[in-house]
Design a protein around this ligand. Structure first.
Ligand code: SF4
Length: 349
């Protein structure tokens, strides 16, 4: 991928996230609250954009556990925490790994204030502070390909087939950029029929459905495709795959959702340098996006680092004059993006 391609993809990805947060689902007036995040998934597969359609009351209740994600160990404890003081081994299901890791998770949860923990007669007892809700209704995975031509679609097809076979998400989509030209049938043929195709115009904050996806069933076992024959004339090898059970999928969905809740899609700023004097937010119609005054264009997260040749720290005077709150403009940008993220998390204090 060239630097220009990478730049276009980052830009497009932020545009898709902005649009999704405002207008998901396309062609429908369903009004579930949404959590949108980017670059999340499993160890093997990272999706560009994730949209969580949430239960309204559940999402509000989730806020009781704070902004930080519950990791997999905490998810083995918190949802099972009892209403009354109980010895932890009587309250929790056997984790399938040593109990000492469970005890560590219990103490972390206690330190975070999301679980009541006490010692009674040398035994650790736990009691819940709030009920952990079932807050995720549907998980939507979107692969962004602004320049989706027939060859890019062919290239993408095996990955999308893997996503569909696994069935971790409820829907899989490919988002491509609006070019003013109609999507060729040949291109549609190269994308697996189960995936939807979305044509997005990020600058207008608009999107059209070119192809509707098939709804997948994450509660059924999935198939992990490990290896597939190349399909060449001399390739007689068989595809290798393994089954994935629904419990594993349910746990992964919860973990992904928790990370999405914490990070959202504005967390790009955490890996960029808003403390550089050239870092700005450009305020276009769909919402603010990063802009580099030195390069006179949007910069990618990959190039906006301390090692960037044009990086210049904010002059110290910016951090004192006219910026009464702690930090200079860079810190203010971080706060602004965090506030916008919290706005999508009802009930967050
Ligand atoms: S000059 Fe470099 S570090 Fe500074 S905002 Fe631009 S890309 Fe980021």
């Amino acid at each position: 991928m060239t630097g220009q391609d990478f730049h276009a993809e980052f830009d497009f990805e932020l545009g898709v996230c902005q649009w999704a947060e405002r207008a998901w689902p396309p062609d429908s007036d369903c009004e579930n609250p949404l959590v949108v995040a980017r670059q999340l998934g499993t160890k093997r597969r990272r999706w560009d954009t994730i949209v969580l359609e949430c239960d309204r009351d559940g999402l509000r209740q989730r806020a009781e556990f704070g902004e930080r994600a519950l990791d997999s160990d905490l998810l083995d404890v918190i949802p099972h925490a009892p209403a009354e003081w109980t010895y932890y081994r009587d309250a929790l299901p056997d984790p399938g790994y040593p109990w000492r890791y469970v005890r560590e998770a219990i103490h972390r949860a206690g330190d975070r204030g999301i679980l009541a923990v006490r010692k009674s007669g040398g035994r650790i007892e736990i009691r819940r502070k709030s009920v952990y809700p079932s807050w995720i209704e549907r998980v939507i995975a979107i692969e962004n390909k602004p320049d989706l031509d027939a060859s890019a679609a062919r290239h993408l097809a095996p990955q999308i087939e893997r996503d569909v076979a696994m069935g971790l998400a409820d829907e899989v989509w490919v988002a491509t950029a609006e070019t003013g030209e109609r999507i060729e049938p040949a291109l549609l043929e190269n994308v697996p029929v189960e995936a939807g195709i979305l044509v997005v115009d990020p600058s207008a904050g608009d999107a059209d459905v070119a192809w509707n996806p098939r709804t997948l069933d994450p509660s059924k076992p999935g198939v992990r495709i490990l290896d597939r024959p190349s399909g060449g004339d001399h390739d007689a090898s068989a595809a290798r795959f393994e089954y994935v059970d629904p419990e594993w999928k349910a746990q992964k969905r919860r973990e992904i959702a928790e990370r999405a809740y914490e990070r959202g899609w504005r967390s790009y700023v955490e890996s960029m340098r808003p403390d550089c004097r050239h870092f700005e937010l450009s305020w276009e119609e769909p919402g603010p996006t990063p802009f580099c005054a030195a390069k006179d264009r949007r910069q990618t997260a990959a190039e906006c680092r301390g090692s960037c040749g044009e990086f210049e720290p904010e002059p110290p005077v910016w951090r004192t004059k006219g910026w009464p709150i702690e930090g200079g403009p860079g810190a203010a940008i971080k706060r602004l993006l965090a506030r916008r993220r919290r706005r999508q998390r009802p009930g967050m204090k």
